[in-house]
Write a protein that binds this ligand. Structure first.
Ligand code: 3NM
Length: 219
């Protein structure tokens, strides 16, 4: 699948740790979210995962069946082998994640995103940027979801980052229906959320609100 910035409009990030380790609930949230208009999904198991690699592959494939049915791209966090085993369209990397050899990446034909939190990380990543499709930037607001999240950069910090790169940028961290309006004038491609979607009791409204206000597509 070829990357398009529109894919970043409303980007659901989710792993079992975000749904009380309930696989059935994770699949239900993903199924509803892709049906109601999220434009990308990231499967993020991370270190808190209680699943073996084989179980992650099995669950990742089930997630991929749901996303593929709605032509929504699936990114896998961190793990190149898992992304390949799942048949995902993309890989999302953090600053310390192993960078797959360029040849591997090209053979796998994966879209690639990278998290950057500040200018230092952006500058450290300069040599990788030609191989990156989008940047994830945050946390914009305070978040309880990621225990090791850095200090929030706020809307002004996000604006500064946007001005430092030509890559499409997706904002993450503490973004909700209530505060997403604050991002409306910042030229980002979209918003990435965990709890705004996993805790929503009105998912259609939540996704619509995030989509309308979360990026330059609405201006
Ligand atoms: N990455 P919520 S903040 C997964 O700053 C993640 O890179 C972040 O969860 C970063 O939408 C974050 O519930 C957590 O705040 C986002």
């Amino acid at each position: 699948m070829k990357f398009k910035p529109e894919m970043l409009q409303v980007y659901l990030v989710i792993g079992t740790a975000n749904v009380d380790y309930r696989v059935d609930r994770l699949l239900a949230v993903v199924a509803a979210a892709v049906r109601l208009g999220v434009t990308a999904v990231q499967f993020r198991e991370k270190d808190q995962s209680r699943l073996t690699f084989a179980e992650q592959v099995q669950l990742g494939r089930a997630v991929h069946r749901l996303t593929a049915a709605q032509q929504v791209p699936l990114f896998v966090d961190d793990n190149f082998k898992l992304a390949q085993a799942v048949g995902a369209e993309g890989l999302h990397l953090g600053q310390t994640d192993p960078w797959p050899a360029l040849k591997q990446k090209q053979q796998a034909n994966l879209m690639v995103g990278l998290s950057v939190h500040d200018f230092t990380e952006l500058n450290q990543s300069r040599s990788l940027l030609p191989y990156i499709d989008y940047l994830g930037v945050g946390p914009v607001f305070a978040t309880k979801t990621k225990s090791d999240a850095k200090a929030p950069i706020g809307t002004s910090g996000l604006m500064d980052m946007v001005q430092q790169t030509d890559l499409p940028l997706v904002a993450i961290g503490g973004i909700s229906e209530r505060n997403v309006w604050k991002l409306k004038t910042i030229p980002i491609a979209g918003v990435a959320v965990i709890s705004a979607i996993t805790t929503s009791s009105k998912l259609a409204t939540t996704i619509r609100t995030l989509k309308l206000q979360g990026g330059f597509h609405d201006q």
